[in-house]
Design a protein around this ligand. Sequence first.
Ligand SMILES: Cc1cc2nc3c(=O)[nH]c(=O)nc-3n(C[C@H](O)[C@H](O)[C@H](O)COP(=O)(O)OP(=O)(O)OC[C@H]3O[C@@H](n4cnc5c(N)ncnc54)[C@H](O)[C@@H]3O)c2cc1C
Length: 328
Amino acid sequence: MNAPIAIIGTGIAGLSAAQALHAAGQDIELFDKSRGSGGRMASKRSDAGSLDLGAQYFTARDRRFVEVVQQWQARGWVAEWQPSLYNAQDGQLSASPDEQLRWVGSPRMSAITRAMLGALPVKFSCRITEVFRGDRYWSLLDAEGNSHGPYSHVIVATPAPQASALLAAAPKLAGTAASVIMDPTWAVALGFDSPLDTRVEGCFVQDSPLDWLARNPSKPGRDTHLDTWVLHASSVWSRQNLDLPKEAVIEQLHGAFAELIGCAVPPPSFTLAHRWLYARPAQAHQWGALADADLGLYACGDWCLSGRVEGAWLSGQDAARRLLEHLQ
Ligand SMILES: Cc1cc2nc3c(=O)[nH]c(=O)nc-3n(C[C@H](O)[C@H](O)[C@H](O)COP(=O)(O)OP(=O)(O)OC[C@H]3O[C@@H](n4cnc5c(N)ncnc54)[C@H](O)[C@@H]3O)c2cc1C
């Protein structure tokens, strides 16, 4: 019997592995607890249009990732974002132009993972709670009590805290994943009926509850009737205010935004708050991907490398490469 390979997580890491394995002729099946793909690169559809609440943009430095981003650009999945960039420090705004190429999904961040997924077999709204191995094959158990399988190999492509439980069959891998600390981020979106009177389109913020803000319509292809802004709280503020009600988070971050943006800020006609419990790994690692090749269990994700979109994609490639090497 030729059992397929199971991949848990349809963020960019899981889909990167899926594409590499599919291209090598392997059968795969993907699972995600969410209703769609993208994970932290997902976009939220709202009354104010679609909003990138997680990853804001990404950069490409590694040659392999540069090449793939060029292909995505040729297919129209990504476009360059050239914001008018600022720094905010000690209450002062200063222009901060640089030469960095910044990429975004087009017309929304989730366009990338949606296109990568294509027609690959996937089960959404399916939270995997257990990964276990019989004599030869793997099975998965979901939160509804259904079992899935058999699979020849399993790739866990979730954030580290969720991966450690799913890696229990390989205690060393589970221990490594459990050692990774991931910082939370509160994200707030504000929509204004008329455009704010500012040139700011993206801003790195210091000494504030906020650490980043972006003007969503300044990204290519965004379709919205409002001037929508995405604000990210710093990880310190987010951790200190983890259980604050959403209304209070919106009020406080709106206040911090109004204080630093340097123009009149009317009451927003649209607000939304989203808490990312596992937004970014607190530090980068050099693991590539985790593997117990004899067992056939692998883990990948941004936490194995840089904590960025590029790191997640590279980690997925690494998991697939190691698995394919072991098949030969
Ligand atoms: C607020 C914020 C801002 C960011 N800004 C940037 C940025 O500007 N630039 C940049 O490069 N990166 C940024 N990042 C980081 C970037 O988004 C991530 O590095 C990258 O998207 C991680 O991809 P991944 O596939 O490793 O994980 P994820 O995208 O988290 O994918 C994991 C998937 O696994 C699923 N899952 C989890 N548990 C289970 C389970 N038990 N069963 C089934 N499915 C499960 C989840 O639903 C999810 O879809 C940001 C992240 C956040 C949150």
